[in-house]
Design a protein around this ligand. Structure first.
Ligand code: UDX
Ligand code: ADP
Length: 460
């Protein structure tokens, strides 16, 4: 089957960069990215320096492709109708209410999306599951599609995303592997082949792996769980290092030199963030519990518990090192994004650390090179709305917060500064520079092991 038109539903961190790269590599295919959020679409169509997703290299690709064969639009129905292949890249947050709350994925957006495709489609469609989803979701999507429209054939294929934010474009250009899961029927195999042909424009054949749908779905959860598990393992060891005098960097290096283990993802930190790790592990835990595999569920749940422990431990260390009391002390939080080179702050350790310090009476100055002030406030508002006893209580919390547009102003007059995100610009920070800028000799807490000099570094 020749694909001439692709529609991607969801213009977020996954849909935007992925479609930009497909459009770049396949100039003969018209790629339309649609979203129900019109302000997001306006920003995708607006200035290159204000795209809704910040990723190194992304703006350059948008410059080359936008208006050529890449389009951003709110005309969802038309774009579904025109396309032979539809990617679903909508958000799948963790459920906040109902059965499985706090653990299972909220499939509302995926289900709405499938219902809409069923309503519009007048010809056969290949539907590609791109959002991170629990295992067996493809089956559910298929059910929704065929129950709501029996006139056309829908082929559902799972093509999990492995891009990491901050390096998304690099990852899309040079993927370790592309997984495509489909049904072993004739039309299923044709659909898989159609997608494989698209990736094969720039990914070598041997890296495009076809498998059954459920293997593809579970591979994504399992890969993220294994990566997160390495971070929780090294973070748990960082706590032992602090007690014994061993150095976590030296330990990571020694462990990583074993070729069976390898050096990557062994960097101790204040805890992993991002929209995937926690959510995917919770999905895995939920799946295990559903099948009565309680020991397996507990095993993976511990990865998240260690992560929570690490974030809390870092906040407690700041409090302890400032004499056990941060009431009315001013502390700068440097970095709000969950990692460098992204403007995404979902599940960032900075959120909980800031909350805990403010809960203990501190004043917090925040600076991040890419996360907007409105986003920082929204992140905190999400927790504070639930915690605050009254409007006054909520506004009291906000009154302890100030957001800056450079780190030098943010650290002036502070008692301490905590580096949460490993942005390159923070590498230059050291005692001498800090003392030149401030007059209070603030303590430096390095959560990302990027400084040679600091009062406190995780694992040292
Ligand atoms: C992750 C997976 O890597 C990617 O394959 C999947 O598609 C989506 O989820 P992402 O969350 O974007 O990607 O970034 P990643 O680089 O994996 O980092 C996640 C978190 O782990 C960050 O907070 C990062 O700072 C932290 N981390 C990473 C560590 O604390 N130590 C490390 O050694 C590596
Ligand atoms: P991800 O990190 O998975 O890409 P994002 O939240 O960044 O998640 O992006 C998902 C996007 O999907 C959001 O911009 C949201 O508005 C959009 N979306 C969700 N449901 C629908 C829908 N039914 N139709 C169109 N867009 C949708």
């Amino acid at each position: 089957m020749k694909i001439k038109n692709i529609c991607c539903i969801g213009a977020g961190y996954v849909g935007g960069p992925t479609m930009a790269v497909i459009a770049l590599k396949c100039p003969d295919i018209k790629v339309t990215v649609v979203d129900k959020d019109s302000s997001k679409i306006d920003r995708w169509n607006g200035k290159y320096q204000d795209l809704p997703v910040y990723e190194p290299g992304l703006a350059d690709i948008i410059k080359k492709t936008r208006g050529r064969n890449l389009f951003f639009s709110t005309e969802i129905d038309k774009s579904i109708d025109d396309a032979e292949m539809i990617f679903m890249a909508v958000n799948t947050p963790t459920k906040t209410e109902g059965k499985g709350a706090g653990m299972a994925a909220d499939l509302r957006y995926v289900e709405n999306c499938a219902k809409n495709i069923a309503k519009i489609a007048t010809a056969d469609k290949i539907v590609v599951e791109k959002s991170t989803l629990p295992v067996r979701t493809a089956e559910k999507i298929k059910e929704i599609l065929s129950n709501n429209n029996s006139d056309v054939n829908f082929e559902i294929i799972s093509n999990p995303e492995f891009l990491a934010e901050g390096t998304a474009i690099k990852d899309l250009f040079k993927s370790d592997r592309v997984l495509i899961g489909g049904e072993k029927t004739q039309s299923g195999e044709k659909a898989v082949e159609a997608l494989a042909k698209i990736y094969n424009r720039w990914i070598p054949k041997e890296k495009i792996i076809t498998m059954n749908v459920w293997s593809a779905e579970l591979s994504k959860l399992a890969s993220n769980a294994m990566l997160a598990q390495r971070i929780s393992s090294i973070n748990s060891l960082s706590a032992i290092c602090e007690k014994t005098g061993a150095d976590i960097d030296e330990l990571s290096n020694a462990i990583g030199l074993d070729h069976r283990i390898g050096p990557k993802f062994l960097k101790a930190s204040v805890g992993f963030g991002g929209s995937c790790f926690k959510k995917d592990i919770l999905n895995l835990v939920y799946l295990c519990k559903y099948y009565g595999l309680n020991e397996v569920a507990e095993y993976w749940h511990k990865v998240i518990k260690i992560n929570e422990y690490q974030k809390d431990r870092f906040a407690n260390i700041i409090i302890d090192e400032l004499g056990g009391n941060v009431e009315n002390k001013k502390i700068a939080i440097l970095g709000w994004a969950f990692k460098k080179n992204t403007n995404d702050s979902r599940e960032s350790a900075a959120i909980e650390i800031t909350d805990k310090l403010i809960e203990n009476g501190a004043h917090i100055n925040i600076y991040d090179p890419k996360v907007k002030e409105s986003r920082i406030k929204e992140d905190l508002n999400n927790i504070w709305e639930l915690k605050s006893k009254s409007e006054k209580d909520l506004s009291n919390r906000f009154s302890r917060l100030e957001i800056f547009n450079n780190y030098k102003d943010a650290i002036k007059e502070t008692h301490a500064l905590a580096i949460i995100t490993e942005w390159d610009e923070f590498k230059e920070i050291n005692f001498k520079l800090v003392n030149q800028i401030t007059n209070k000799n603030p303590k430096i807490f390095d959560g990302r092991l990027i400084l040679k000099e600091s009062n406190y570094t995780i694992g040292k």
